[in-house]
Design a binder for this molecule. Sequence first.
Ligand code: SF4
Length: 160
Amino acid sequence: MICCEVLGCVDEFVSISEGGWVGNDPKAARMLTNWLAWMFSEVWNKVKVNLTETLMIVDGHVGKVFCRIGAMKEVSYESDRPFIILAKEMRSNIEILVKSIPQVAPMFVDEGAFQVAMNWCFEAKPNCQECPLQDICLAGRGSSDHLRWSAYQKFGSVPR
Ligand code: SF4
């Protein structure tokens, strides 16, 4: 439950249990937390939020970009569909990695990685030539061992 006072409608409560959670994955709840932090701090200037304390959301697309770049040593996949990244199992390691970088706002890194996935790092045919991460990406520099990771679709050989 979340108090609607924070949203301006005092004395009412709204359940976020169905909308805020995807199955048993708190992805949407993390997204809402970041959104509230951003709105109250940067837009409405009501409270001061240190954006370095925001959260990584990490869906499969974000997980795939981190794997292809070579930032993650361990990649988790569904056992019966071994081409679908288990983002919730990789989230904490990705978040620890991102938060170890000084002055970085995790919510921006998450959104940046997601945008890379949407615009360049496609499942089957990533556009590495035009991707802004190519210089630091092992897959983009030719490593088929890293390019094989996918988020939700099966293509090529099944990851080991
Ligand atoms: S360089 Fe290629 S593999 Fe690496 S993140 Fe960009 S599109 Fe994906």
